[in-house]
Design a protein around this ligand. Structure first.
Ligand SMILES: *[C@@H]1O[C@H](CO)[C@@H](O)[C@H](O)[C@H]1NC(C)=O
Ligand SMILES: *[C@@H]1O[C@H](CO)[C@@H](O)[C@H](O)[C@H]1NC(C)=O
Ligand SMILES: *[C@@H]1O[C@H](CO)[C@@H](O)[C@H](O)[C@H]1NC(C)=O
Length: 301
Protein backbone atom coordinates (compact mmCIF):
# COMPACT_ATOMS: atom_id res chain seq x y z
CA UNK A 1 0.00 0.00 0.00
CA UNK A 2 2.65 2.41 1.11
CA UNK A 3 4.80 1.30 -1.73
CA UNK A 4 2.03 1.98 -4.20
CA UNK A 5 1.62 5.52 -2.87
CA UNK A 6 5.35 6.19 -3.20
CA UNK A 7 5.35 4.85 -6.72
CA UNK A 8 2.41 7.01 -7.57
CA UNK A 9 4.15 10.11 -6.20
CA UNK A 10 7.19 9.26 -8.20
CA UNK A 11 5.16 9.08 -11.42
CA UNK A 12 3.51 12.43 -10.66
CA UNK A 13 6.90 13.90 -9.98
CA UNK A 14 8.33 12.62 -13.23
CA UNK A 15 5.35 14.09 -14.98
CA UNK A 16 6.13 17.48 -13.43
CA UNK A 17 9.72 17.20 -14.58
CA UNK A 18 8.62 16.41 -18.08
CA UNK A 19 6.36 19.45 -18.10
CA UNK A 20 9.18 21.67 -16.94
CA UNK A 21 11.21 20.66 -19.99
CA UNK A 22 14.92 20.54 -19.17
CA UNK A 23 14.30 20.77 -15.46
CA UNK A 24 17.14 19.09 -13.75
CA UNK A 25 15.65 18.06 -10.39
CA UNK A 26 18.62 19.84 -8.85
CA UNK A 27 18.18 22.89 -6.71
CA UNK A 28 20.92 25.21 -5.46
CA UNK A 29 20.41 26.79 -2.07
CA UNK A 30 20.96 29.67 -2.42
CA UNK A 31 20.83 29.95 -6.21
CA UNK A 32 22.88 33.16 -6.23
CA UNK A 33 25.71 33.96 -3.83
CA UNK A 34 27.58 37.22 -3.36
CA UNK A 35 30.91 36.67 -1.61
CA UNK A 36 33.58 39.14 -0.57
CA UNK A 37 37.10 38.22 -1.67
CA UNK A 38 38.62 35.96 1.02
CA UNK A 39 35.32 35.14 2.71
CA UNK A 40 33.65 31.78 3.31
CA UNK A 41 31.06 30.43 0.92
CA UNK A 42 28.66 27.52 1.38
CA UNK A 43 26.06 26.33 -1.13
CA UNK A 44 23.95 23.19 -1.01
CA UNK A 45 22.91 21.29 -4.08
CA UNK A 46 19.77 19.23 -3.47
CA UNK A 47 18.40 16.52 -5.75
CA UNK A 48 14.66 15.90 -5.79
CA UNK A 49 14.84 12.30 -7.10
CA UNK A 50 17.09 9.32 -6.40
CA UNK A 51 20.57 10.02 -7.61
CA UNK A 52 23.58 7.81 -8.27
CA UNK A 53 26.27 10.53 -8.04
CA UNK A 54 25.85 14.13 -6.98
CA UNK A 55 28.81 16.48 -7.16
CA UNK A 56 30.32 19.92 -7.59
CA UNK A 57 32.58 20.70 -10.49
CA UNK A 58 34.76 23.67 -9.58
CA UNK A 59 38.39 24.83 -9.67
CA UNK A 60 38.26 24.94 -5.86
CA UNK A 61 36.25 22.83 -3.46
CA UNK A 62 35.22 20.17 -6.02
CA UNK A 63 33.48 17.24 -4.33
CA UNK A 64 30.94 14.48 -4.91
CA UNK A 65 28.79 12.00 -3.04
CA UNK A 66 27.07 8.74 -3.97
CA UNK A 67 23.36 8.21 -3.41
CA UNK A 68 23.07 11.26 -1.11
CA UNK A 69 20.43 13.77 -2.06
CA UNK A 70 22.54 16.72 -0.91
CA UNK A 71 26.09 17.79 -1.62
CA UNK A 72 27.73 20.89 -0.25
CA UNK A 73 30.18 23.21 -1.93
CA UNK A 74 32.20 24.98 0.72
CA UNK A 75 35.32 27.13 0.49
CA UNK A 76 36.68 28.63 3.71
CA UNK A 77 38.36 31.58 2.04
CA UNK A 78 37.50 32.20 -1.59
CA UNK A 79 40.49 33.90 -3.20
CA UNK A 80 40.36 32.40 -6.70
CA UNK A 81 38.66 34.16 -9.58
CA UNK A 82 36.98 30.95 -10.65
CA UNK A 83 34.34 30.25 -13.26
CA UNK A 84 30.85 29.56 -12.00
CA UNK A 85 30.84 26.22 -10.12
CA UNK A 86 28.47 23.57 -11.48
CA UNK A 87 26.45 21.02 -9.54
CA UNK A 88 25.86 17.82 -11.53
CA UNK A 89 23.78 14.74 -10.92
CA UNK A 90 23.87 11.28 -12.44
CA UNK A 91 20.47 9.64 -12.03
CA UNK A 92 19.02 6.15 -12.26
CA UNK A 93 16.27 7.29 -14.60
CA UNK A 94 15.98 9.72 -17.49
CA UNK A 95 17.11 12.36 -17.79
CA UNK A 96 20.14 10.50 -16.55
CA UNK A 97 22.44 13.50 -16.29
CA UNK A 98 21.94 17.12 -15.66
CA UNK A 99 23.62 20.10 -14.11
CA UNK A 100 22.89 23.47 -12.55
CA UNK A 101 25.24 26.46 -12.70
CA UNK A 102 25.75 28.53 -9.57
CA UNK A 103 25.36 32.24 -10.01
CA UNK A 104 28.48 33.25 -8.08
CA UNK A 105 29.51 36.86 -7.62
CA UNK A 106 32.93 37.24 -6.03
CA UNK A 107 33.60 40.90 -5.33
CA UNK A 108 36.50 42.98 -4.18
CA UNK A 109 36.51 46.60 -3.03
CA UNK A 110 39.10 48.72 -4.84
CA UNK A 111 42.65 49.04 -3.50
CA UNK A 112 42.47 52.77 -4.15
CA UNK A 113 40.28 55.49 -5.60
CA UNK A 114 42.14 58.64 -6.55
CA UNK A 115 41.25 61.93 -8.14
CA UNK A 116 43.54 64.17 -10.16
CA UNK A 117 43.55 67.19 -12.41
CA UNK A 118 45.20 67.32 -15.87
CA UNK A 119 47.02 70.44 -14.83
CA UNK A 120 49.38 71.60 -12.14
CA UNK A 121 48.93 74.91 -10.42
CA UNK A 122 45.89 77.06 -10.10
CA UNK A 123 42.92 76.95 -12.44
CA UNK A 124 41.83 80.05 -14.28
CA UNK A 125 38.20 81.10 -14.44
CA UNK A 126 36.47 80.20 -17.72
CA UNK A 127 39.01 77.65 -18.95
CA UNK A 128 38.24 73.97 -19.31
CA UNK A 129 39.95 71.31 -17.21
CA UNK A 130 39.68 67.57 -16.94
CA UNK A 131 39.28 65.79 -13.62
CA UNK A 132 40.19 62.13 -13.61
CA UNK A 133 39.04 59.49 -11.13
CA UNK A 134 41.03 56.25 -11.14
CA UNK A 135 39.93 53.02 -9.47
CA UNK A 136 42.48 50.27 -8.91
CA UNK A 137 41.65 46.58 -8.66
CA UNK A 138 37.90 46.35 -8.44
CA UNK A 139 35.67 43.39 -9.29
CA UNK A 140 33.24 42.74 -10.82
CA UNK A 141 33.33 46.04 -12.65
CA UNK A 142 29.85 45.65 -14.15
CA UNK A 143 28.34 46.37 -10.71
CA UNK A 144 30.40 49.54 -10.26
CA UNK A 145 28.99 53.05 -10.27
CA UNK A 146 31.46 55.92 -10.05
CA UNK A 147 29.85 58.99 -8.57
CA UNK A 148 31.30 62.49 -8.85
CA UNK A 149 30.59 65.01 -6.11
CA UNK A 150 31.03 68.78 -6.09
CA UNK A 151 30.88 69.59 -2.40
CA UNK A 152 28.02 67.39 -1.15
CA UNK A 153 26.17 67.31 -4.47
CA UNK A 154 26.38 64.45 -6.94
CA UNK A 155 27.10 66.02 -10.31
CA UNK A 156 27.70 62.97 -12.50
CA UNK A 157 27.70 59.18 -12.32
CA UNK A 158 29.38 56.68 -14.55
CA UNK A 159 28.25 53.06 -14.84
CA UNK A 160 30.34 50.19 -16.20
CA UNK A 161 27.46 47.74 -16.80
CA UNK A 162 28.57 47.04 -20.37
CA UNK A 163 31.93 45.59 -19.30
CA UNK A 164 32.20 41.87 -18.64
CA UNK A 165 35.38 40.84 -16.78
CA UNK A 166 34.82 39.16 -13.44
CA UNK A 167 38.45 39.54 -12.37
CA UNK A 168 39.83 42.78 -10.84
CA UNK A 169 40.45 45.62 -13.28
CA UNK A 170 41.46 49.25 -13.27
CA UNK A 171 38.93 51.76 -14.58
CA UNK A 172 38.63 55.52 -14.74
CA UNK A 173 36.12 58.25 -15.37
CA UNK A 174 36.70 61.84 -16.39
CA UNK A 175 34.76 64.99 -15.72
CA UNK A 176 35.20 68.25 -17.64
CA UNK A 177 34.78 71.40 -15.62
CA UNK A 178 34.92 75.07 -16.48
CA UNK A 179 35.44 76.76 -13.14
CA UNK A 180 33.83 80.05 -12.21
CA UNK A 181 34.31 82.29 -9.20
CA UNK A 182 31.76 80.09 -7.40
CA UNK A 183 34.10 77.09 -7.69
CA UNK A 184 36.88 78.73 -5.70
CA UNK A 185 37.37 76.74 -2.52
CA UNK A 186 35.04 73.93 -3.62
CA UNK A 187 36.06 70.29 -3.18
CA UNK A 188 35.53 67.54 -5.72
CA UNK A 189 35.47 63.84 -4.77
CA UNK A 190 34.61 60.60 -6.48
CA UNK A 191 33.14 57.47 -4.94
CA UNK A 192 33.34 53.92 -6.25
CA UNK A 193 30.19 52.03 -5.24
CA UNK A 194 29.53 48.33 -5.83
CA UNK A 195 25.83 47.62 -5.96
CA UNK A 196 25.66 43.83 -5.98
CA UNK A 197 21.89 43.46 -6.00
CA UNK A 198 19.42 42.26 -3.39
CA UNK A 199 21.71 39.44 -2.23
CA UNK A 200 24.61 41.86 -1.86
CA UNK A 201 25.72 43.75 1.23
CA UNK A 202 23.64 46.76 2.34
CA UNK A 203 24.66 49.54 2.17
CA UNK A 204 26.69 48.80 -0.97
CA UNK A 205 30.46 48.77 -0.33
CA UNK A 206 32.00 52.06 -1.38
CA UNK A 207 35.36 53.79 -1.35
CA UNK A 208 35.76 57.56 -1.68
CA UNK A 209 38.77 59.47 -2.98
CA UNK A 210 40.50 62.20 -1.04
CA UNK A 211 38.95 65.56 -1.85
CA UNK A 212 40.49 67.68 -4.57
CA UNK A 213 40.56 71.34 -3.55
CA UNK A 214 39.76 73.72 -6.36
CA UNK A 215 41.63 77.01 -6.40
CA UNK A 216 40.48 79.40 -9.08
CA UNK A 217 42.23 82.55 -10.23
CA UNK A 218 39.86 85.27 -11.37
CA UNK A 219 39.99 88.94 -12.30
CA UNK A 220 38.92 91.64 -9.80
CA UNK A 221 35.29 92.68 -9.70
CA UNK A 222 33.27 95.05 -7.54
CA UNK A 223 30.02 94.09 -5.91
CA UNK A 224 28.86 97.69 -6.66
CA UNK A 225 30.75 98.78 -9.76
CA UNK A 226 28.75 102.05 -10.19
CA UNK A 227 30.30 105.42 -9.37
CA UNK A 228 29.62 106.60 -5.83
CA UNK A 229 28.85 110.19 -4.93
CA UNK A 230 29.37 111.51 -1.41
CA UNK A 231 28.36 114.95 -0.09
CA UNK A 232 30.67 116.12 2.68
CA UNK A 233 30.94 119.20 4.83
CA UNK A 234 34.37 120.58 5.46
CA UNK A 235 36.37 118.45 7.90
CA UNK A 236 33.91 115.55 7.80
CA UNK A 237 35.54 112.13 7.58
CA UNK A 238 34.98 110.17 4.38
CA UNK A 239 35.46 106.46 3.81
CA UNK A 240 35.88 105.32 0.22
CA UNK A 241 35.61 101.55 -0.02
CA UNK A 242 37.08 100.08 -3.18
CA UNK A 243 37.33 96.49 -1.96
CA UNK A 244 37.11 94.12 -4.96
CA UNK A 245 36.79 90.37 -5.21
CA UNK A 246 39.67 88.71 -6.99
CA UNK A 247 42.22 85.93 -6.75
CA UNK A 248 45.10 86.52 -6.30
CA UNK A 249 43.92 89.33 -3.99
CA UNK A 250 43.95 92.56 -5.98
CA UNK A 251 46.42 95.37 -5.47
CA UNK A 252 44.93 98.89 -5.24
CA UNK A 253 45.94 102.32 -6.49
CA UNK A 254 44.17 105.64 -6.00
CA UNK A 255 44.40 108.82 -8.03
CA UNK A 256 42.61 112.10 -8.49
CA UNK A 257 42.72 114.50 -11.41
CA UNK A 258 45.33 116.59 -9.64
CA UNK A 259 47.69 114.15 -8.02
CA UNK A 260 48.13 110.49 -7.28
CA UNK A 261 47.62 109.58 -3.67
CA UNK A 262 50.91 107.93 -3.10
CA UNK A 263 50.74 107.46 0.58
CA UNK A 264 47.45 105.49 0.47
CA UNK A 265 48.06 103.76 -2.83
CA UNK A 266 47.93 100.17 -1.61
CA UNK A 267 44.82 100.36 0.60
CA UNK A 268 41.36 99.21 -0.56
CA UNK A 269 39.65 101.65 1.81
CA UNK A 270 40.57 105.31 1.87
CA UNK A 271 39.55 107.06 5.07
CA UNK A 272 40.31 110.71 5.53
CA UNK A 273 38.95 114.00 6.85
CA UNK A 274 41.10 116.00 4.48
CA UNK A 275 39.78 114.85 1.12
CA UNK A 276 38.91 117.78 -1.05
CA UNK A 277 35.94 117.76 -3.43
CA UNK A 278 36.81 116.04 -6.67
CA UNK A 279 36.85 112.71 -8.43
CA UNK A 280 38.87 109.86 -6.93
CA UNK A 281 39.62 106.84 -9.06
CA UNK A 282 40.55 103.54 -7.55
CA UNK A 283 41.99 100.65 -9.54
CA UNK A 284 42.03 97.05 -8.34
CA UNK A 285 44.32 94.77 -10.31
CA UNK A 286 45.79 91.30 -10.34
CA UNK A 287 47.49 89.08 -12.93
CA UNK A 288 44.17 88.45 -14.69
CA UNK A 289 42.98 92.00 -15.12
CA UNK A 290 42.07 95.34 -13.62
CA UNK A 291 38.90 97.24 -12.76
CA UNK A 292 38.42 100.87 -11.86
CA UNK A 293 35.79 102.66 -9.88
CA UNK A 294 35.14 106.35 -9.23
CA UNK A 295 34.18 108.16 -6.05
CA UNK A 296 32.93 111.72 -6.47
CA UNK A 297 33.15 114.01 -3.45
CA UNK A 298 30.92 117.08 -3.51
CA UNK A 299 30.73 119.85 -0.93
CA UNK A 300 27.55 119.70 1.14
CA UNK A 301 25.36 122.65 0.15
C1 LIG B 1 43.07 69.51 -19.73
O1 LIG B 1 41.85 69.08 -20.33
C2 LIG B 1 41.14 70.10 -21.02
C3 LIG B 1 39.83 69.50 -21.47
O2 LIG B 1 40.00 68.31 -22.14
C4 LIG B 1 41.98 70.61 -22.19
O3 LIG B 1 41.29 71.63 -22.86
C5 LIG B 1 43.31 71.12 -21.64
O4 LIG B 1 44.16 71.49 -22.70
C6 LIG B 1 44.00 70.05 -20.81
N1 LIG B 1 45.18 70.65 -20.17
C7 LIG B 1 46.37 70.05 -20.15
C8 LIG B 1 47.47 70.78 -19.45
O5 LIG B 1 46.55 68.94 -20.67
C1 LIG C 1 22.96 58.76 -12.50
O1 LIG C 1 22.55 60.10 -12.69
C2 LIG C 1 21.30 60.26 -13.32
C3 LIG C 1 21.04 61.74 -13.51
O2 LIG C 1 22.18 62.42 -13.88
C4 LIG C 1 20.21 59.63 -12.48
O3 LIG C 1 18.98 59.73 -13.14
C5 LIG C 1 20.55 58.19 -12.23
O4 LIG C 1 19.60 57.65 -11.34
C6 LIG C 1 21.93 58.03 -11.64
N1 LIG C 1 22.26 56.64 -11.58
C7 LIG C 1 22.55 56.03 -10.45
C8 LIG C 1 22.91 54.58 -10.55
O5 LIG C 1 22.56 56.61 -9.37
C1 LIG D 1 34.30 97.39 2.16
O1 LIG D 1 33.40 96.62 1.36
C2 LIG D 1 33.53 95.23 1.52
C3 LIG D 1 32.56 94.54 0.57
O2 LIG D 1 32.63 95.10 -0.70
C4 LIG D 1 33.24 94.85 2.95
O3 LIG D 1 33.42 93.45 3.12
C5 LIG D 1 34.16 95.60 3.88
O4 LIG D 1 33.80 95.32 5.21
C6 LIG D 1 34.08 97.10 3.63
N1 LIG D 1 35.06 97.77 4.46
C7 LIG D 1 34.80 98.89 5.18
C8 LIG D 1 35.90 99.43 5.99
O5 LIG D 1 33.69 99.37 5.16
Amino acid sequence: MERNTLRCLYIVCMFCTALAGDSCSLELRPSRVVVAFGETVTVNCVASRPVRVLGWESAVGATHTQNDLTVQWKVDSLIDWIEEPICYGVFFTAPRQCEEKLNLVLYKSPDSVSISLNHTGTMVEGKEYQLLCEVQNIAPVQYLTLRWYRGQTEVYNHSFADLSPTTPVQVSSSLLITPTVADHGVQYRCTAELDLGVDGPRPPPSVTSKPLDITVHYAPSFSHPEDETLELSKGEEASLNCTAMGNPPPAYTWSTAALSLEKMEDQPVLTSSTLRPGTYTCTASNILGKKSKQFIIKPKP
